[in-house]
Design a protein around this ligand. Sequence first.
Ligand code: IPM
Ligand code: MN
Length: 359
Amino acid sequence: MNMTALMKTYSIALLPGDGTGPEVSREAVKVVNAAAAKFGFKLDYTEYDFGGDRYLRTGETLPDSAIEEFRKHQSIYLGAIGHPDVKPGILEVGILLRTRFELDQYINLRPVKLYRKEDCPLKDKEPKDVDFVVIRENTGGIYTGVGGAVQKGSNMEVATQVMVYSRPVVDRCLKYAYEYTRRRKRKNMLTLVHKCNVLTHCGDLWVRAHKEMGDRDYPDIKQDYNHVDAATMWFVKQPEWYDVVVTENLFGDIITDLAAIVQGGLGVAAGGNINPDGVSMFECMGGSAPKYTGKNIINPIAAIAAGGMMLDTLGETEAAQAVDRAVTAALNSGKIQSLAAGRMGMGTSEVGDLVASLV
Ligand code: IPM
Ligand code: MN
């Protein structure tokens, strides 16, 4: 009997993308496949060439059929997008944001985990101090694009871009965050980050929704609140305070970059764009780093960690944990000298081999 035919198989849309995207995705696939082999399942990848080169060739970011294609898969894995010859914004809006919106990936999940003390820019912080998760609302707020400009180009030009939130959009994000906090079983604390002292409409909505849901459905979870400006200080001063942080879209965009550097930078920062009932998309937070393309010097750890997150979301919890342990072991093996491109002391594919061997 052919056992592979009976094996549980997940279908993945693979978008290697631009620059170093294909190099880091290759390592992610390597490690994820090693975990799949160990835990007895398979991943079946369909590759798509969306990105800067295709846009320059065809004028198209995502063909309309792409979203329908994505829906046929169980997950999407994205290398990186961004091309030096394409004006900033086109690929981000046309590929990343469009997929987030059309597949209703309303959660941006960003684990903030320091693997090694020496990678942290903060004095005296160690891995035990930097281990939290930011849950960013991923499709609402200012990103909805409500607003416009009048008398454009004149000296009277007026532009607005409005923070838009409805109660259901806030509630579904908070529900995910509370559930995540409960599942995480660490400090059982959900910190809401907003700016309710000034944003008296949107902030107030989030604050009430956070409290009402917490009081009603999650009495076991402590409720905590930071203004976003203060959160930027506390992420640096006392990252060990946090367990799970939930916030609106733009604030989340900003504080997750701050969090990324606290955990060691873009070489290790991974994220997921999640639709809990649909098709999610995983990516490393670093860009396409075009100047390093094809040199086998870019750090693939973040891309590998994103692959681990994908396994977790597919329900392969043990395999996901194995990837995380392998990443931790590889980084603490003494073999990877630095997280910076070109200074790892080994090549991109060698780092992938090392992590795969430790799964
Ligand atoms: C991110 C990115 C995107 C965002 C850009 C590229 C549109 O910065 O995923 O954090 O702003 O959400
Ligand atoms: Mn960002």
